[in-house]
Ligand binder design. Structure first.
Ligand code: 2AM
Length: 176
């Protein structure tokens, strides 16, 4: 791949206390489920995935993101799901996470207006806990909700390394 291409996505990263709760949850699930469990520092909720972007277009990406209307983002994650086709175990919300959907829709439409091509799949808020999971109880309701609150969203670069993906925040924008 030419090195002026950067693999980019927009995401929410958890606050430290939430990240610790997520790590505890992963540790509880891990012994019963063979999968590639994601390291706590890599846990995130993707808002929009761009894939490879030329270096020269990153400014215009950031400018589109800066137009997003700030809104408080707080919702509950209370359900574990196994998505068979992509082989992921993820956390979702039993109730529609309106504020998160609105944020993703706002961001996506500004990116499209700026000429970026995004997948047409409808946004489905989720946090991937593990990949390459071939089997898992299809759905578990958590006894205790994990409350997710975000004060900012970020543009992140993903690079692949033998030890796994490395995510680097390039810019972030406040949500309040
Ligand atoms: P996922 O959690 O649903 O797998 C960085 O790769 C992030 O972008 C991942 O969290 C991944 O979401 C998301 N993503 C969305 N579409 C993707 C795609 N086509 N290829 C890789 N990652 C994608």
């Amino acid at each position: 791949m030419a090195n002026n291409q950067h693999r980019l996505f927009f995401a929410l990263w958890p606050e430290m206390a939430t990240r610790n709760e997520l790590a505890d949850l992963s540790n509880r699930l891990r012994p019963n489920t063979p999968a590639r469990w994601i390291r706590p520092e890599n846990l995130h909720i993707t808002l929009a995935f761009l894939g490879d972007v030329e270096k020269g277009r990153i400014k215009s990406l950031a400018s589109a993101a800066s137009e997003v209307e700030p809104r408080g983002v707080k919702f509950k994650l209370d359900r574990i799901e196994h998505w068979r086709k992509p082989q992921v175990i993820c956390l979702t919300s039993a109730e529609p996470s309106g504020v998160l959907d609105d944020l993703a829709t706002d961001l996506t439409s500004r990116l499209r207006n700026a000429g970026f091509i995004l997948e047409n799949r409808p946004f489905r808020a989720h946090l991937t806990l593990a990949r390459k999971a071939v089997a898992h109880a299809t759905e578990i309701r958590l006894q205790e909700n994990i409350v997710w609150e975000s004060r900012e969203f970020a543009l992140v670069e993903s690079t692949h390394h033998p030890e796994g993906s490395l995510y680097t925040t390039l810019s972030s924008w406040p949500l309040q």
